[in-house]
Design a protein around this ligand. Structure first.
Ligand SMILES: NC(=O)c1ccc[n+]([C@@H]2O[C@H](COP(=O)([O-])OP(=O)(O)OC[C@H]3O[C@@H](n4cnc5c(N)ncnc54)[C@H](O)[C@@H]3O)[C@@H](O)[C@H]2O)c1
Length: 352
């Protein structure tokens, strides 16, 4: 018995972290780096964002095996001015470079009121939400973003032009939960199309277009299709901003220069990331700010409900509720995540 069968039942988060750390140690990561990465991925699962949690570890470890990420690398601050910095990830595990950069932005914003830290020579950092929430845990507003290889079309174009560039913000509240939005700038993350294909389900026609540029509900057509931007030209416009802040500005690979982290390619993906922090205490005492955020949340939630609706959610609220439930009862991992973790455990010879 390898213990892996217990993944089929609700799994305690610390057990899942242990499994991830064990696999990363086998892949040559330092213990500290493995623990940081496991924390990011398991926290993402705890929110129920299963497409970007521990399911991604197998692919990240394959990047290490293929020499696209360096398990021994240490991210390095290569440019440093009072309110901004650039971190060279040296192709370390992207979660390690990203948490290092966000921690630096938090330290700087604590002193200076605001900070921007970019990362270059990195790879797939998972869900943007984890890093933005690091700032909120420190009573500050956080923003995080990343560029990705082209998978999304733009108005007027045929085929893939830009990445599905994710962005997240997190805003600390007082008595209410932190407000956080964590999204791709495509209609949805492309992994949701792959997940639908794996389950044999159709997808809404608003998610992607096929090779001829026609909306499709058949997820198998994504192979030569392109994701649609969220809200048309608006998602496209925000994806351009993310490309500039994460990649043009940081000296990372831009658009077609980015090599997909998920394909069998020899080169690193060389994605860039951007992290921003705003310290509310520049404007007013932080408790006053959080009370004002609470008031905003309560006004939104008390709006008259649409016909048939019972509840208005704030961004992040569904994730906090799932987290509370999973912390209490264990994480109910979907079958595709379990299958991936079992394959990873076999490949690296680890047990639970
Ligand atoms: N690293 C990468 O390459 C990459 C690329 C794209 C996306 N992603 C990640 O994929 C994940 C999923 O992205 P997505 O675009 O499919 O997300 P999504 O469309 O599921 O939106 C999720 C966000 O919307 C909020 N939300 C959902 N319904 C709501 C409602 N009714 N009211 C208020 N808020 C609501 C959630 O709280 C959450 O913040 C994110 O974690 C993102 O960072 C990563």
């Amino acid at each position: 018995m390898s213990g892996l069968e217990s993944l089929d039942k609700p799994v305690p988060p610390e057990k899942l972290e242990e499994l991830c750390v064990a696999a990363m140690l086998k892949a040559g990561l330092k213990k500290k780096h493995a623990e940081i990465t496991a924390r990011v991925l398991v926290s993402t699962d705890l929110w129920g964002v299963f497409t970007h949690g521990t399911k991604q570890l197998r692919g990240l470890l394959k990047n290490i095996r293929d020499g696209r990420l360096d398990p021994k690398a240490e991210p390095e601050v290569v440019r440093d001015v009072p309110a901004a910095a650039l971190v060279d990830g040296h192709f370390a595990m992207p979660m390690v470079s990203s948490t290092r950069a966000m921690n630096l932005a938090i330290e700087k914003a604590r002193e200076l009121g605001t900070a921007f830290v970019g990362v270059t020579h990195s790879g797939h950092f998972g869900a943007a939400g984890y890093y933005a929430n690091m700032a909120a845990e420190n009573d500050m507003i956080g923003l995080s973003m990343c560029n990705v290889e082209p998978f999304m079309t733009v108005p007027g174009a045929k085929g893939r032009v830009l990445g599905t560039n994710p962005i997240a913000y997190a805003i600390p509240a007082g008595e209410e939960p932190t407000v956080f939005l964590d999204i791709a700038t495509s209609a949805v993350a492309v992994s949701k199309v792959f997940a639908a294909r794996a389950r044999g389900e159709e997808v809404p026609p608003t998610w992607f277009v096929d090779a001829d540029g026609n909306p499709s509900t058949d997820p198998s057509k994504i192979d030569d299709g392109a994701m649609l931007p969220m809200a048309g030209h608006k998602g496209y416009g925000i994806a351009v901003l993310i490309e500039v802040l994460s990649a043009v500005l940081t000296g990372s690979a831009v658009m077609s220069e980015v090599k997909s982290w998920a394909l069998d390619l020899p080169e690193p993906s060389n994605q860039g990331h951007a992290f921003m922090v705003i310290n509310p205490s520049v404007f007013m005492p932080v408790e006053e700010f959080k009370t004002r955020v609470d008031a905003m949340i309560r006004e939104i939630k008390s709006a008259p409900k649409a016909l048939g609706a019972t509840r208005i959610y704030l961004p992040g609220e569904m994730e906090w509720e799932r987290r509370e439930k999973f912390l209490k009862n264990g994480i109910e991992l979907p079958s595709d995540v379990v299958a991936n973790l079992k394959l990873m455990a076999e490949e690296w010879g680890v047990e639970l």
